[in-house]
Ligand binder design. Structure first.
Ligand SMILES: [Zn+2]
Ligand SMILES: [Zn+2]
Length: 309
């Protein structure tokens, strides 16, 4: 099994890829958003303002706020077309160029005959973006409808703003349905920070690349060379014939998940190494790991696929 996050050359860079500024409905100016993330030890940030007409379709320019140790990726949260519940799609697109053509989305309300969400996501991916299904639990998005977003690289499995604002921060249920259908999506944690409530510095990605440069980070995101966290660090993961070995920051639980109800779990105290046998998960087409620390904070690996194809 190939686990690109832990076999790709380089080191891990910490970043938040879903953020809003006052160029849409966030509270802070882009410069202050970047300053705060850099001050909190982040290596990179994507400001992803709402790409709708009421804000002038912003692709917020963060290039002036890059520094020696801190970089940015341009992006936006895209909206167009109605979901089955009648609300407009929310699609995260990281790595957009400043001239990405707007859909006809004047506001957050879908209108007849505008570009559909799946079509807009496809256009963003073709333009070079890393595309994610944003906050599916908040959107009350069923898994079969999430599947129509066929251009999505990833599913937001943790959205800190949605977790803090309305206790709907998860996306694992939708992501695992997609995995069970054979879709090779990856799993990302984000802040979706607006700085109008405690919605920042709570969920991030750790991206494996040789350089902290936008193009390297974007390529790594697309290839799945990252893991997600709300606290713990995962230093290494090794998939062997009989089980998986994990090296991490101090944690109390490691769980191995796959298709179906079977899981493999080890509980402990201040463990920095875990060894989990595949056991009854041996036949699962995909496997993934969760690490939980004593404060209940989590880290999640991307799925690995057991039959390389
Ligand atoms: Zn959203
Ligand atoms: Zn958002």
């Amino acid at each position: 099994m190939i686990d690109t996050a832990f076999s790709t050359p380089g080191r891990f860079w910490r970043g938040n890829i879903h953020t809003h500024s006052n160029r849409s409905d966030g509270v802070l100016a882009p410069e202050e958003v970047c300053r705060r993330y850099a001050a909190e030890g982040y290596d990179f940030l994507a400001i992803t303002d709402h790409f709708v007409g009421r804000y002038g379709y912003p692709i917020t320019d963060t290039l002036p706020f890059r520094t020696e140790g801190f970089t940015t990726i341009l992006g936006a949260e895209l909206h167009s077309g109605a979901m089955r519940n009648g609300e407009i799609w929310h699609i995260l697109a990281v790595g957009l160029s400043a001239d990405f053509a707007p859909p006809a989305s004047s506001d957050f309300v879908p209108v007849a005959d505008q570009e559909t969400g799946p079509a807009l996501a496809r256009r963003a991916r073709e333009a070079g973006a890393f595309v994610a299904v944003a906050h599916p639990e908040w959107s009350q998005l069923p898994a079969d409808e999430a599947a129509t977003l066929d251009a999505a690289h990833a599913v937001e499995i943790y959205n800190h703003g949605c977790a803090m604002g309305c206790d709907r921060g998860s996306g694992l249920h939708v992501a695992e349905h997609l995995l069970n259908s054979g879709r090779r999506v990856t799993l990302c944690a984000t802040d979706d920070a607006h700085f109008n409530e405690p919605d920042h510095f709570g969920g991030w990605v750790m991206v494996r690349a040789e350089r902290n440069a936008p193009e390297d980070l974007l390529a790594a995101l697309k290839s799945g060379a990252f893991y997600s966290s709300t606290g713990p660090e995962i230093h290494d993961v090794r998939w062997h014939d009989e089980g998986v070995e994990i090296a991490c920051s101090a944690a109390v639980t490691a769980v191995l998940q796959g298709q179906g109800t079977r899981t493999s779990v080890v509980h402990g105290h201040s463990q920095t190494r875990f060894s989990l046998p595949y056991g009854k998960l041996a036949g699962s087409p995909w496997l993934r790991l969760s690490i939980i620390d004593k404060a209940g904070k989590r880290a999640w690996t991307n799925p690995v696929w057991c039959n390389a194809a």
